[in-house]
Write a protein that binds this ligand. Structure first.
Ligand SMILES: C[S@@+](CC[C@H](N)C(=O)[O-])C[C@H]1O[C@@H](n2cnc3c(N)ncnc32)[C@H](O)[C@@H]1O
Length: 210
């Protein structure tokens, strides 16, 4: 991961804003409450966390990422955005991070956010299973990521797929099916919608219990 991002991190936010679509919609709609904690898993340069921290001054934000290089840029970005005191960052994997050990938290997160990270994580199922151990009962898992491109021309889908292959990114329509299965198993309630004719999807899973 560090090999890929060592140079990329410097142009990451500038280039990705044109194709990591739906992130700002999700951020604008996220109903973060005062006193809540939110952790972004695979936070990258933490541009989402900076925006969230500015919009929600009464909440605390955390980010974990596999790449030390990305977190170097993230740390600079948080300081420049003036939110360094409310955004804590740590190098860790989606499959086994621990909010208590990393950040000294006494309780589980109210919300977890996966923004264009699950499409890069081959062990996505392990990452999501692990997410259930890190979010409190009654908390939320939010996802924005590439959709199945079903509403877009097939040439566009092939072009995008070719481009994303370079970054080890995969469309993963199976994630929606996985959450549907979790809902049937009584683990919570899913809401799902497509963004821009299936370019991206926005998914929220409210975990059972409170
Ligand atoms: C496409 S970037 C998205 C960054 C950010 N979430 C955003 O929306 O701008 C994906 C990020 O996931 C991280 N990542 C990939 N696999 C990971 C894993 N197994 N655990 C934690 N982070 C991972 C990468 O290092 C990268 O920073």
């Amino acid at each position: 991961m560090d090999r890929m991002y060592r140079a990329q991190r410097h142009i990451y936010d500038l280039t990705r804003k044109y194709y990591l679509l739906g992130r700002d919609t999700l951020i604008a709609e996220l109903p973060v409450k005062i006193g809540e904690t939110l952790c972004e898993v695979g936070c990258g340069t933490a541009r989402n966390l900076a925006l969230l921290a500015k919009r929600n001054p009464g909440a605390s934000f955390y980010g974990v990422d596999a790449s030390t290089e990305m977190l170097k840029t993230a740390t600079t970005n948080m300081a420049q955005a003036g939110v360094g005191d409310r955004v804590s960052l740590a190098v860790a994997l989606a499959q086994n991070f621990d909010g208590g050990a990393l950040f000294g938290l006494q309780r589980k997160f109210d919300r977890l956010l996966f923004s264009y990270s699950l499409s890069m994580i081959d062990e996505w199922e392990a990452a999501l299973e692990h997410a259930f151990t890190q979010v409190r009962p009654g908390g939320f898992i939010h996802i924005v990521d590439f959709g199945d491109q079903a509403g877009l021309p097939s040439w566009f889908k092939s072009l995008l797929k070719g481009w994303l292959d370079q970054f080890h990114v995969r469309f993963r329509p199976e994630i929606r099916l996985w959450f549907e299965a979790q809902q049937r198993a009584g683990r919570g309630r899913m809401t799902y919608r497509e963004h821009m004719r299936g370019y991206a999807y926005l998914l929220t899973f409210e975990v059972s219990g409170s």
